[in-house]
Design a binder for this molecule. Sequence first.
Ligand code: B1M
Length: 211
Amino acid sequence: MTGDLSQIASSLYEGDEESVSDLVQKLLNGGAAADQILQEGLIAGMDRVGKDFKDGVLFVPEVLVAARAMHAGMDILRPLLTQSSARNVGKCVIGTVKGDLHDIGKNLVKMMLEGAGFEIIDLGTDVDPQAFVEAVREHKPKLVGMSALLTTTMQNMKATIDEIGEAGLRDSTKIILGGAPVTEDYAMKCGADGYASNAAAAVDLARALTA
Ligand code: B1M
């Protein structure tokens, strides 16, 4: 199985969508856990992509194909990650903040929250602060989740929280932040209720804040 997991990581790195899908399905059929495939196959592969992107070995087109392969693998795992015995724990509005197009991490957090019983309203990527405000007004969620992957867009988390506050809606919902450049300290400075470093931690935090 370890060989197949590292092959998933390599196929993802190569952007070989078909091979990623086949290997994920093969491992699931063989009884492997979805979470292990996610962490040791898909995320491990994307970590390598991130490193080589940073070092100038890979460029945006290669990263885009790798992202497509990641989504293909996630699509197969989705039914397992969103399977839930807990129903209707409340609504959650989630999105990637303005200026930011990264959605893989946000989608993982969304799947895991869905699995924990949250009804998800996904605003997508590049979400304007006012769109968050409107969604909070309309859906009255227990939880708002924001993701940012760029140091240049993480400041839009504070701008969004401020606009939710100016609209008089801040006390009606809990707000959590996450994404590679975000830290606990930064989240607190933005006025959020919490920070999670990964999707599993986001579920624990969401449960604790909305219990
Ligand atoms: Co971009 N990119 N990218 N990129 N990209 C990064 C983020 C970067 C770190 C790469 C690098 O240089 N090493 C770098 C940012 C540098 C910085 O800001 N300091 C970068 C850059 C520079 C850019 C562009 C500016 C490149 C360019 O155009 N020159 C451009 C910006 C576009 C834009 O957004 N406006 C860009 C574009 C892209 C692609 C479109 C090609 C593609 C995104 C495709 C997509 O998402 N559909 C892409 C990708 C794939 C990456 C890397 C390689 C991988 C990101 C990823 O999906 N990781 C990334 C490098 C890296 O992060 N190491 C990089 C896997 C994912 C599972 O992890 O998203 O961190 P992550 O999510 C985790 C946690 O962070 C957390 O849980 C998740 C699961 O554990 N989490 C939350 C995330 N959101 C959360 C929310 C929560 C709680 C936890 O609560 C609500």
